[in-house]
Write a protein that binds this ligand. Structure first.
Ligand SMILES: [Zn+2]
Length: 119
């Protein structure tokens, strides 16, 4: 799999450049591709992959483009190999997505959330 770091579009094997913007594709999208992109907003940070998958499934059910990024976080005390999972959506959907995440949190379904992804 390859991705355009600008458009966040997924390409099949064999493509090297983005058909839209001409950018060289990368193997994986990393957090910096989103955190440095003003078109995207962080809506959830946690440690449980299934929670991020649940958010993604629901948001995409509402036709909101959703990206899950996971990264090893070496700042977790004593938790070797624990990953931080982040969910990004496009800015125009940030309010709606944040609202949904908030409703899940209020229902007690987001046990692993580690910081507030709103604002
Ligand atoms: Zn592109």
């Amino acid at each position: 799999m390859a991705y355009c770091p600008n458009c966040k579009i997924e390409y099949r094997e064999g493509y090297e450049k983005c058909a839209d913007c001409g950018e060289t594709l990368v193997e994986e999208l990393h957090e910096e591709h989103f955190s440095q992109d003003k078109d995207f907003a962080l809506v959830f940070t946690g440690t449980m992959r299934y929670e991020a998958e649940m958010i993604k499934a629901n948001l995409e059910g509402g036709e909101i483009e959703t990206h899950i990024i996971s990264q090893k976080d070496h700042n977790f005390p004593g938790a070797g190999g624990m990953s931080v999972i982040k969910v990004y959506v496009r800015k125009e959907h940030a309010a709606e997505a944040a609202q949904y995440v908030r409703s899940l949190r209020e229902e007690g379904k987001l046990e692993s959330e580690v910081e507030n992804g709103e604002e």
